[in-house]
Design a protein around this ligand. Sequence first.
Ligand code: GLC
Ligand code: CA
Length: 567
Amino acid sequence: MHIKDTERRWWKEGIVYQIYPRSFKDANGDGIGDLQGIISKLDYIASLGVDIIWLNPVYDSPNDDNGYDIRDYRKIMDDFGTMEDFDRLLAGMKSRNLRLIMDLVVNHCSDEHQWFQESKKSRSNPYRDYFHWWPAEKGLPPKRWSYFDVAENAWAYDKTTDAYYLHYFAVKQPDLKWENPNLRREIYDMMHFWFQKGVDGFRMDVIPFISKDTSYPEIDAQEPHEYIAYYANGPQVHTYLHELNREVVSQYDAFTVGEGPGISIDQALDFVDQKRQEIDMFFHFDLMSLDRKPGEVFTMREDAWTLPEFKKIFSDWDTAFAKAGWGSLFLANHDFPRAVSRWGNDSPEHWRNSATLLHTFLLTMRGTPYFYQGDEIGMTNAYFDHIDDYRDINTINRYQLLQNSNGDLERFIENEKYAARENARTPMQWDSSPHAGFTSGTPWIKVIQNYKEGINVAAQEKDKHSVLEYFKEVVALRKSNLTLVYGAYECLNPDDEQVYAYLRTSTTERILILLNFSDTVAHYVLPAHVSYNRIKKLISNDKILDDTTYKEFRLYPWQAIVYELEK
Ligand code: GLC
Ligand code: CA
């Protein structure tokens, strides 16, 4: 494909691999993954063919929300190691041509951060205005819903100054007040600190929340999502993001990807149109909501999601970014269940094909693909069915809340089996030794036992037909074919319930992707307008069943095939 150099970017062509350090590899036997552990696996990561690593927070933190509550932005969490370890890790990445993006958590920090410790001392403290306070003499603050609070209350009372502070997440995660220019300056300085070390960008946690309505009107709402609508995209969000871009990111060869809860498709380009100089891409939440009750964040919907709904999400967002900006593609991360268990079928019969189909899908779509650790070997949900197995403040506090109100705990656990974040946070499965080779000690959270049945790196490296080896092959295919990165996308069968068929087209090439998203053999007929003279198979995750006419295809359950169509 010919594409203008001015439009090419390394972060559009790169493939991202996300590491959740707590669960990646434990080097010192305390049961918690650490930076030395990651260092010991850099050759493995490089062997995947990926280009960019996104590291979940590694900063000093009391770990109320696994590092998303930062106590010191310039220090490494003791559990994970030291700044020397970090520097060694970064050098190890650079020497393997791997780039690094860090997690930027600046909507809130930990209540143990020095800013908050100062802020709560007195109403006249210089740090007072780093946070959102509501003086008690004004009466009770207007109700705000909180994600992780045991009482779902986003206001916490603090006696010393007789005032409430705002926390949209846990009570130990006070929201930072971006309206204050001193705070913004501190954040920009901190970002420069990491850039000067050599990091290549940031994944920005809940970024649209940095600007909120600080007049705090009464909200007449019952359901969480009705509140959340007020939390994102406040009046200053674009001012702040533009400022951050000008003051920091634009000064480096770097990119930013925002976590975008609350960004709707018609607002998308306001964030990522290059002309606006804000952020480079963001993760929208449409797919992550597809199997949830409408408007609910944590509760599964009762019926099954359908393939036409799935396609529509990807097609609509592709259309939006075809005009300007750039998209991100992901099927899973540390906040959601495992991709193969959620969008595929993790039963023994269909696990391999569905895991490899999903790899084929993400790597043949337009946008930057993000893979979560373990997905390359088809790791599955944990399906924990007892509250004691959970470590996540989200599950634990919601359980507590239900218990306090005599709610249906059994039903709650059944929901968590499929919906909980912890499904994705169990230790990486390295080999068939005890605890899957993750630790020589006792792991901080249970290891999934299917590591003994081939879902581990060592076993799959030895097997040419494994999910892992297939992953590397599709990665190599994408990397050798710019049409798969930049080419136009056209969905051929939006209403088909079984097969997802689409084209990726450039001035020089046309690629056809066929994916059978079902447990049964599928039959697919190419529409008449797709004409060609020759067809060439580029890759498939299964034997070709029947494509002899090259107009009609039969696909095994969860089979993926990529063809090149020649004029
Ligand atoms: C984001 C993170 C999640 C965290 C939350 C609060 O959604 O991905 O893990 O709990 O923000 O920081
Ligand atoms: Ca450790």
